[in-house]
Design a protein around this ligand. Structure first.
Ligand SMILES: C[S@@+](CC[C@H](N)C(=O)[O-])C[C@H]1O[C@@H](n2cnc3c(N)ncnc32)[C@H](O)[C@@H]1O
Length: 122
């Protein structure tokens, strides 16, 4: 079983990057079309999910393995209902989480199984 590296501070360092974050915003604005379904793999703070939802995505699956980051992201989503209503936080490993197939409305589970925590390393 492989380990997953993460650091709860790293996503915040990414957001503060004044060249990177606006560049991603422009890329998402020019790529995401109204009604798209988007998967944000390794969502961290969820900044890219918010950009995608702001660009008109009908649904954004924000997949985040770090429980602390996922909890903070759920709070950010709740505090920003205008776009947050279209962001669904999925806590777990992007390699194994169960996302809905076309025609299905929600994943079977958006919380991790107990096996994930033993792979998680800060
Ligand atoms: C560098 S941060 C980027 C955050 C955000 N996407 C951004 O661009 O600002 C990478 C994030 O991916 C998460 N991550 C790493 N491996 C993951 C995995 N296998 N499944 C889901 N999330 C993962 C980390 O916990 C971290 O929050």
């Amino acid at each position: 079983m492989s380990e997953v590296w993460s650091n709860t501070e790293f996503p915040y360092m990414c957001v503060k990057d004044e060249r990177r974050t606006p560049a991603f915003r422009e890329a998402i604005r020019s790529t995401v079309r109204p009604g798209d379904v988007v998967i944000d793999v390794g969502a961290g703070t969820g900044i890219l999910s918010f950009f995608a939802a702001s660009a008109g995505a009908a649904k954004v699956y924000a997949v985040e393995i770090d429980p602390v980051s996922a909890a903070a992201l759920r709070r950010s989503v709740a505090l920003n209902p205008a776009v947050g209503d279209r962001i669904h936080v999925v806590e777990g490993d992007a390699a194994t989480v169960d996302l809905p197939r076309r025609g299905s409305s929600s994943p079977r589970s958006s919380r991790p199984g107990s096996s994930m925590s033993s792979r998680f390393r800060y």
